[in-house]
Write a protein that binds this ligand. Structure first.
Ligand SMILES: CC(C)(COP(=O)(O)OP(=O)(O)OC[C@H]1O[C@@H](n2cnc3c(N)ncnc32)[C@H](O[C@H]2O[C@H](COP(=O)(O)OP(=O)(O)OP(=O)(O)O)[C@@H](O)[C@H]2O)[C@@H]1O)[C@@H](O)C(=O)NCCC(=O)NCCS
Ligand code: ADE
Length: 320
C-alpha cells in the first residue's frame, strides 16, 4: 500500500472520529437541555420555576449544559478505537474532572450537572467505542444498527468498574449518604449497567409513545417512573429515608392514576411539585437519569437515521 493511500485512510479515520465525537457531544448537550426544559418537574428546575433549588435557574442549567459540549466531545474522541480498561477510565475521569471545573466556573460554584457528567460521560465513551467497532466491519450500516441501549449501558458499566486511582478523597453528598444509609448512588448505578435507565426510564418512555401519548407526557411519565424506584442520593441527603419513600410513593400514585397525560394525573403532578418545593426535596439523581434516557434514545434514533444515509450514500457511490 502506498504512503498516500495510508494517509488517505488515516485522514478518513480522523474525519469519522471527529464527526461522531462532535455528534455525540451535541446529542449529550441536547439531552441535558431537554431534561432541564421539561415542565413541570417535581422539585426540579424547569421553565416555570427553580423547584427546590435557590441557587439554580433554567438559564444556569442551559449555560452549564453548553459548557459541557467540549467535555463530551473529548470523551468520545479518546474512547474511539479503544477498549474499556484502566487507562480509558482514567482519561475519562481526567476529562470529567476538568469538565466539572468548567461547569463550576460557569455556574459560580453550583453543582448543576456533576451526576450528569458522570452518567452521560460514561455513555458517551461507550457509544463512541461501539460506533468504532461498527466501522471495523464492511457492513457498517448493519453493524451500526445492531448497537442497542443495553449494549451501550453494559459497555459503560465495564468502564465504570475500573478504579479511578487519581480521584481526590472528598466528602461528597453521595459519600455521606452512602455511609449513613448504605446506598450506592451514582457510582453503583453506572457499575450495574444503568438499570434505572435500561429497565425503567427507557421502557416507560417507549411504552408511553407506543400508546400514542404525546412526547411531553411520555417524558414526564418516564421521569416519574424513575423517581418511583430510584434510591436517589439527593433525596436521601436532603430529607433522609422518609423523604425518599414519600417521594417514591407520590410518583407511584400518579402513575397508577394513568400517568401525567390524564387530567387526574396532571393535577396530581402539579400538587406533587408544590409538595416537593414546600419540603425542599429534589430528585436530582432522577433528573440525571432521565437525561441519560433521552441521550440513549437520541443516539439510537440518530444511528438509524445515519445508517439510512450511509446506505443511500453507498448505493449512490457517494461519501457521507
Ligand atoms: C462517582 C461520581 C458520580 C461521584 O459520586 P458521589 O456520589 O460521590 O458524588 P455526588 O457529588 O454526591 O454526585 C453524585 C450525583 O449523581 C446524581 N445521583 C444521585 N443519586 C443517583 C443515583 N441513584 N443514580 C444516579 N445518579 C444519582 C446526583 O446528581 C444530581 O444532583 C445534583 C445536586 O446534587 P448535590 O449538589 O449533592 O445536592 P444539593 O442538595 O442540591 O446540594 P445543596 O445545594 O443543598 O448543597 C444535581 O446537580 C444532579 O446532577 C448526585 O449529585 C462522579 O461524579 C465522579 O467520580 N466524578 C469524578 C470524575 C469522573 O470520573 N467523571 C466522569 C468520567 S466519565
Ligand atoms: N432540572 C434539574 N433541577 C435540579 N437539579 C438538576 N440536576 C440535573 N437536572 C436538574
Amino acid at each position: 500500500m502506498s504512503i498516500s493511500s495510508i494517509s488517505a485512510i488515516q485522514s478518513d479515520k480522523n474525519l469519522i472520529v471527529n464527526r461522531y465525537a462532535s455528534w455525540l457531544g451535541e446529542l449529550a448537550v441536547s439531552a441535558l437541555r431537554d431534561e432541564a426544559s421539561l415542565t413541570p418537574k417535581p422539585g426540579l428546575v424547569d421553565l416555570h420555576h427553580n423547584g427546590s433549588h435557590e441557587d439554580m435557574n433554567i438559564e444556569l442549567m442551559y449555560q452549564s449544559a453548553a459548557s459541557l459540549q467540549s467535555t463530551f466531545t473529548q470523551m468520545a474522541q479518546v474512547s474511539y478505537g479503544t477498549y474499556a480498561d484502566q487507562s480509558l477510565r482514567e482519561q475519562l475521569a481526567w476529562i470529567g474532572r476538568t469538565g466539572e471545573q468548567q461547569m463550576l466556573t460557569v455556574t459560580k460554584g453550583v453543582n448543576t450537572h456533576r451526576g450528569a457528567i458522570w452518567a452521560l460521560g460514561l455513555l458517551t465513551g461507550s457509544a463512541s467505542m461501539l460506533i468504532r467497532e461498527a466501522y471495523r466491519n464492511t457492513e457498517v450500516p448493519y453493524r451500526l444498527k445492531a448497537i442497542s441501549a443495553e449494549h451501550i449501558a453494559r459497555t459503560a458499566s465495564e468502564i465504570a468498574q475500573y478504579p479511578d486511582r487519581y480521584a481526590p478523597v472528598t466528602a461528597s453528598h453521595g459519600t455521606q449518604v452512602k455511609h449513613q444509609y448504605g446506598t450506592g448512588g451514582a457510582k453503583d448505578e453506572a457499575q450495574h449497567g444503568f438499570p434505572h435507565v435500561i429497565n425503567v426510564g427507557l421502557p416507560a418512555l417507549q411504552q408511553a409513545r407506543a400508546q400514542g401519548i404525546d412526547e411531553l407526557y411520555a417524558r414526564l411519565d418516564s421521569l416519574l417512573t424513575i423517581i418511583s424506584v430510584l434510591p436517589d442520593t439527593c433525596l436521601l441527603y436532603r430529607g433522609g429515608q422518609q423523604a425518599l419513600e414519600q417521594t417514591q410513593q407520590r410518583a407511584t400514585v400518579i402513575l397508577s392514576q394513568g400517568g401525567t397525560s390524564t387530567t387526574k394525573g396532571w393535577q396530581a403532578l402539579l400538587a406533587f411539585d408544590q409538595w416537593m418545593v414546600k419540603h425542599h426535596f429534589s430528585p436530582g439523581g432522577s433528573a440525571d437519569l432521565l437525561a441519560a434516557t433521552l441521550y440513549i434514545d437520541s443516539i439510537l434514533k440518530g444511528i438509524t437515521d445515519r445508517t439510512d444515509m450511509e446506505s443511500l450514500s453507498k448505493t449512490t457511490g457517494g461519501r457521507m
